[in-house]
Design a binder for this molecule. Sequence first.
Ligand SMILES: [Zn+2]
Length: 108
Amino acid sequence: MTVLNQNVPEFPYVDVPNSPGLFVVVTPTGTYLVDIIEGTCTCPDMEYRDPAGGCKHVRRVRFAVGAATIPRQAVDNPDIQIDPALGEHVEGTPRTSHKGNPELAEMI
Ligand SMILES: [Zn+2]
């Protein structure tokens, strides 16, 4: 799953760089437009299930741009693999929470 903050052909009508909350997520099964401010995504999971806290694409973008924190316990746990490419194609830096409570540090 790759998070981009640039335009892709699937969304020619969206000026992603000039819309700070919009990001494109490219996955093996589809390319989706995510709005982390509104908490929306164009994927089928959001359309049919609308999970609390957003779909995995919304959560992934929030981690990738540093808008949500990764619990410190997850970062320090050698059994949990944090994707080293997280945030590779976007501005911002994934953040971690020493308290391990992402809700408290959530910026959105
Ligand atoms: Zn989604």
